[in-house]
Design a protein around this ligand. Structure first.
Ligand SMILES: Cc1cc2nc3c(=O)[nH]c(=O)nc-3n(C[C@H](O)[C@H](O)[C@H](O)COP(=O)(O)OP(=O)(O)OC[C@H]3O[C@@H](n4cnc5c(N)ncnc54)[C@H](O)[C@@H]3O)c2cc1C
Length: 454
C-alpha cells in the first residue's frame, strides 16, 4: 500500500489524512509539531470560532460548496463531533458595500454580496425584512448554519483518523523533505508527502512561502449563551476590526470577535481591542440590548493567526528533492468551512500522483513495454475471452515489484503482471479504476486476464 506522510494536525491536515485513509486505504502518518489539545500562536485551528460564512468568489466556490454537506451531516447526525445547528444572520451596511473591491481590502467581500452565490447552498437562505434588521444594519440575510466547537471537533477528527488507521507522530520539521522518512511503516521513502503546515508554510524549509503571513484574529470567549450567530460587513472602529459572534456546541460558550490584521504576529490579546470587541457586540446584537460589559462573563481572551496567503489557497503538487509534495495550505479565515472540499482536492492530486508513479514501475524494473506491442493498447474484449476468469489479486504485490501499467481506457486500467512462478509470461489484467480508488487496494477484483508468452 502507498505510504503517505501528512505534515500538520490542524483541521487541514487531519481532514486530508482522514479522507486519504478512509477512501484509498493507504498507510497514512501524520507528523505535527502541534496537536489538538495544544494552544499555541503557531497553531491556528484551536482558535477558530468556527462557523460557515462563505468567503470565496463565485468562480472559486468549489471548496466551500463541497464541504458544507459533510459539516451539515455531522451537525445533524454526529453530536459527538462538537458541531451543532445555529441560525446565522449576516448584516450589511451600505457604507461598507461602497468600499468593496477597493484597493487594500482583504476582507471577504463575497460574504456580504446582495445576491451571493451561496444563496442556493443553504436550504433556507433568505433576505431579512426591514423590520427584522437591528439598528446597525441597512440590509441582511439569514439561514440555518452550523457552529463548530473546535475544542471538541479537532479531537473528534483525531479519533476518526485513528479509527481509519492513521498513525500520529510528534516532530518539528526543519525541512519538508524530512517528512518522507517518517512513515510509521518504516518505509525509507514515503510515496507522497502532504504539506498542511498552515501559517508555518512561510518558515518550513523547502517551502518558505513568502506569500503566507498571519491575519491576526483577537477573540473573547464568554460563558453567556447568545443566539443567533451574527456578523456585519464593517465597523467604525478600524478597517481591520470586525464584529462576529457565535455560540459553540455542547457548552462551549460564545465566541465574540474580532480582528483581521494582516501581517500582525502579536500573540498577546490587546485589552483595548478586547473592550471594543465587547462594546460592539452590545451595540449590534439584539439579544444583548440593554446589557453592559459587566454582564458578559469572560472565560478567556485569545489570539489566533489565520494562515493568510496573498493570491489565496495553495493546493497543488510540487516535486521537492525527488519526492512528490501536495501542498494544502493558505486557508486564511475559511479553513473549517473549506476543509472537506480542499481535502478532497488534495486526495485527487495524491491519486493522480500514485497512478503516475505506478506507471513508472516498468522503468524501475527495466521492463520494456515496446517488446509487447500486442498488449500496448487496451485489449479488445474478444482477445481475452478464451482465458477469461474472475479472481482476486493482491494488487500491491501485483504492482510492486512485478507490475507495469500498460494503459487506461475509460475506467479500466490495463496492467501487465509478470507472475513470480512463470517469469517467461505476462498476465494482463483489466481492473476497474474505481476498485483502486475505492480502497480495494488489497483485493482488487480483476474483470479479466490473458496469458501471453513473451
Ligand atoms: C480567530 C479566528 C477565527 C476563525 N474563524 C473561522 C471560522 O469561523 N470558520 C472557518 O472555516 N475558519 C475560521 N478560521 C480559520 C481557520 O482556523 C484556519 O483556516 C485553519 O485553522 C487553518 O488550519 P490548518 O490546518 O491549515 O493550520 P493549523 O491549524 O495552523 O495547523 C498547522 C499544523 O501544521 C503543523 N506544522 C507546521 N509546521 C510544521 C513543522 N515544521 N513541523 C511539524 N509540524 C508543523 C502544526 O504543528 C499544526 O499541527 C478562524 C481563525 C481564527 C484565528
Amino acid at each position: 500500500m502507498p505510504n503517505i506522510v501528512v505534515i500538520g494536525a490542524g483541521v487541514t491536515g487531519l481532514t486530508t489524512a482522514l479522507l486519504l485513509a478512509r477512501r484509498d486505504g493507504h498507510n497514512v502518518t501524520v507528523v505535527a509539531k502541534h496537536m489538538p489539545g495544544d494552544y499555541d500562536i503557531e497553531y491556528t485551528s484551536p482558535w477558530a470560532g468556527a462557523n460557515v460564512l462563505p468567503m470565496a468568489e463565485a468562480s472559486n466556490d468549489r471548496w466551500e460548496r463541497r464541504s458544507w454537506p459533510e459539516l451539515k451531516r455531522l451537525a445533524e447526525e454526529v453530536p459527538e463531533s462538537g458541531i451543532h445547528i445555529q441560525r446565522s444572520v449576516v448584516l450589511r451596511r451600505n457604507k461598507d458595500l461602497a468600499l468593496h473591491g477597493t484597493a487594500g481590502r482583504r476582507l471577504p467581500d463575497p460574504l456580504f454580496a446582495a445576491k451571493p452565490w451561496y444563496a442556493d447552498m443553504f436550504d433556507d437562505y433568505r433576505e431579512l425584512r426591514p423590520d427584522e434588521l437591528p439598528e446597525a444594519a441597512d440590509s441582511g440575510s439569514a439561514w440555518t448554519c452550523v457552529c463548530i466547537n473546535t475544542a471538541l471537533y479537532l479531537p473528534y477528527l483525531v479519533g476518526q483518523c485513528r479509527k481509519a488507521g492513521v498513525v500520529f507522530r510528534r516532530a518539528s520539521l526543519k525541512h519538508v523533505s524530512e517528512a518522507r522518512g517518517m512513515s510509521h511503516t518504516g518505509a525509507p521513502r514515503a510515496d507522497v508527502v502532504v504539506n498542511a503546515s498552515g501559517l508555518l508554510a512561510c518558515r518550513l524549509g523547502g517551502v518558505m512561502d513568502a506569500k503566507v503571513q498571519p491575519a491576526r484574529g483577537q477573540i473573547v470567549l464568554v460563558r453567556n449563551e447568545i443566539a443567533p450567530m451574527m456578523t456585519i460587513s464593517g465597523t467604525d472602529d478600524a478597517e481591520d476590526e470586525l464584529f462576529y459572534l457565535m455560540q459553540r456546541a455542547s457548552g462551549g460558550g460564545t465566541i465574540i470577535g474580532g480582528t483581521y490584521a494582516v501581517g500582525n504576529w502579536d500573540p498577546n490579546p490587546d485589552p483595548n481591542i478586547a473592550n471594543r470587541i465587547l462594546e460592539r457586540a452590545l451595540k449590534i446584537h439584539p439579544a444583548l440590548k440593554g446589557k453592559t460589559v459587566k454582564d458578559l462573563d469572560v472565560v478567556r481572551h485569545g489570539v489566533g493567526l489565520r494562515p493568510y496567503r496573498e493570491g489565496g489557497l495553495r493546493l497543488e503538487r510540487e516535486k521537492i528533492d525527488g519526492t512528490w509534495v501536495v501542498h494544502n495550505y493558505g486557508h486564511a479565515g475559511w479553513g473549517y468551512q473549506g476543509s472537506y472540499g480542499c481535502a478532497e482536492g488534495a486526495v485527487e492530486i495524491v491519486d493522480d500522483i500514485l497512478v503516475n508513479e505506478l506507471s513508472r514501475v516498468s522503468s524501475k524494473l527495466h521492463l520494456d513495454n515496446s517488446k509487447f506491442p500486442a498488449v500496448h493498447q487496451p485489449i479488445p474484449s474478444h482477445t481475452h475471452q478464451p482465458h477469461r476468469q474472475r479472481f482476486r489479486v493482491p494488487l500491491p504485490r501485483a504492482l510492486n515489484p512485478y507490475g507495469s501499467i500498460l494503459g487506461f481506457q475509460r475506467d479500466v486500467i490495463t496492467l501487465a503482471l509478470a507472475p513470480p512462478t512463470q517469469v517467461t509470461g505476462l498476465i494482463v489484467l483489466r481492473i476497474p479504476l474505481r476498485h483502486i480508488f475505492q480502497g480495494y487496494l488489497d483485493q482488487a477484483v480483476c474483470v479479466g486476464a490473458v496469458i501471453r508468452d513473451i
